[in-house]
Design a protein around this ligand. Sequence first.
Ligand code: AMP
Length: 175
Amino acid sequence: MASDAFLARAIRTVPDFPKPGIQFKDVTPLLGNVDLLRRAADLLAAPYQAQGVTKVIGIESRGFILGTMLADRLEAGFVPVRKQGKLPYTVVRTEYALEYGTDVIEMHVDAVASDDVILIHDDVIATGGTAAACYDLVKGTGAKVAGYAFLLELAFLSGRHRLPEGVPCHVAIVT
Ligand code: AMP
């Protein structure tokens, strides 16, 4: 999928947020425009239309927004994956390495069944650590991962190379 120039123009780069040195990709101008919002959801859903996806996983928190739109387009359910301690019921979890220290993501224990076919979505793929950890979480359930869909990829961080080999990855905007 080629990087989409219309969508790319609606991304605002905010320097030094949330800390010095980070060029934060603010997707809210895109989300605020109904035509661009629909365009993003249509583009990301298209490669997965015939893949039998039964559930879309959205990664906290900006992955929830387009994640639910993708679920609707693919006639699939939606599953939130959240940071530690946010989900109310019994969870399964995966710990993964950050640049400094570790982080944990969690999913409800009954959210994904072994016969589910999963699409994993987040707004931005940076280092790819979170998306790779999410794959581990899903594999623990026995479900199949049809692929990944990201709104934006920070190509200079090579996050795509941390994703499991052979799993499709579609991105609407590459910067
Ligand atoms: P990753 O490094 O790929 O594990 O990214 C971790 C999370 O932080 C993802 O959910 C991204 O959405 C978010 N993120 C990382 N870097 C940026 C950035 N420069 N701008 C916006 N979001 C980011």
